[in-house]
Design a protein around this ligand. Structure first.
Ligand SMILES: [Mg+2]
Length: 388
């Protein structure tokens, strides 16, 4: 079997009204669809992080010419070739985003050839995965009561966990603060964040998990202070409390707090996660399959996490293909903890697949039993959201 073509399709969907995390304001949701065609008539589907719109060029101009004519089942060999030949300008960032989408699509092909859903091909641990609602963003005019109402809605639908944003504070003591876009929009004092977390905890009750996501906004000492203030509300984890590259700072926070530290979606590749893991900077490991190197690399990251007795909760906050990939990944690793299930309005998650992924009343997502990722694209939706 040979690869005959690689197609990239940038997708975009507006957020109206926009919503904010400590990292910035979300005015659009974007994704990059990667489809790999073969001479056997099998097409693999993947999704890449868009890397500010540059990932597509890396695939089209650099990686596709390396892959056309190659056997799509030699995935590890192709992965290592792409990584090695981009070493001088790759290893992180958009090049790894690009490799990620290709890797996911290649694995979809293997699953289709084998006639097995990917999670079973990898050696399944479970056939359903607990999902948590990822929301709780800041929004202009959104009150603490509105946020509590959002949380109640997730609980009523069966979710066993919810993640909310914190950290959009003017007094974060971090030099990164002034670099966030629209820094003043929806900014709240830390006391307001504590009140928001308290309200969500009341709305969820004591049994539903509550995660808080700082998106790298705090300094280590401020994160320790805030982490202690949040302890009465029993956060299940605190996500990305400090800057991604402040590995020693994150380790200091993890050492000081009883609450587990999760992260860092903004890290990429096995070598990046190796530092977070061996230097005790995280308690829960969060690679994103569309950014960090696809199934191949994220399964290596999960194995390293397993060697350190750490759980893995993949970051997934883009389109439906990434969500499906994250589902298969979570079901196939021994240390899979939970599936991130974005709950903001997002056509790229809800409309791209003929059969969208959904949770059941138990708060779990059942794995599809069709071969590969087990998904079929709705071509009308792809055209509707195509941005170029
Ligand atoms: Mg996050």
């Amino acid at each position: 079997m040979k690869i005959t073509a690689i197609r990239t399709t940038p997708l975009s969907c507006g957020c109206d009204p926009p919503y904010a995390s400590a990292a910035g304001v979300q005015g659009r949701r974007v994704g990059l669809l990667v489809e790999i065609e073969t001479d056997a008539g099998i097409t693999g589907i993947g999704e890449s992080g868009t890397g500010g719109g540059v990932t597509r060029a890396v695939i089209d101009r650099d990686l596709a010419p390396m892959l056309i004519g190659e056997d799509p089942l030699l995935i590890e060999g192709l992965w290592q070739k792409m990584f090695a030949r981009t070493r001088q300008y790759g290893r992180r960032g958009v090049v790894m985003n690009a490799i990620s989408g290709i890797d996911i699509a290649l694995w979809d092909i293997v699953g289709k050839v084998a006639g097995l859903p990917l999670y079973r091909l990898f050696g399944a641990c479970r056939d359903r995965v607990e999902a948590y609602a990822s929301g709780g963003f800041y929004q202009e005019g959104k009150s603490v009561d509105d946020l509590a109402g959002e949380a109640e809605g997730y609980r009523a639908r069966g979710f066993k966990g919810m993640k909310m944003k914190v950290g959009r504070n003017p007094s974060t003591q971090t030099h990164l603060r002034h670099l966030a876009d629209h820094a003043q929009l929806c900014e709240v004092e830390p006391e307001v964040d504590i009140a928001r977390v308290a309200a969500v905890r009341r709305a969820l009750g004591s049994q539903t998990k509550l995660m808080v996501d700082v998106n790298c906004a705090w300094s280590p000492s401020f994160a320790i202070e805030m982490g202690r203030a949040l302890e009465p509300y029993k956060p299940y984890w605190i996500e990305e409390p400090v800057a991604t590259d402040d590995i020693d700072g994150s380790a200091r926070v993890a050492e000081a707090l009883a609450t587990p530290i999760a992260g860092y979606e903004t890290e990429i590749g096995l070598y990046g996660f190796r530092e977070l893991i061996i230097r005790d900077a995280v308690d829960i490991v969060q690679p994103d399959l569309a950014w960090a190197g696809g199934f191949s690399e994220c399964r290596r990251i999960a194995a390293l996490a397993q060697a350190h007795h750490l759980m893995v909760a993949p970051h997934a906050f883009a389109g439906a293909v990434l969500l499906a990939a994250s589902l298969h990944f979570s079901a196939s690793i021994p240390n899979g903890l939970a599936l991130e299930f974005d709950q903001n309005p997002n056509g790229l998650r809800d409309e791209l697949l003929k059969e969208p992924i959904s949770i059941d009343s138990e708060g779990t997502v059942k794995l599809p039993e069709r071969p590969g990722l087990g998904i079929e694209l709705d071509r009308g939706a792809v055209e509707r959201y195509r941005s170029e």
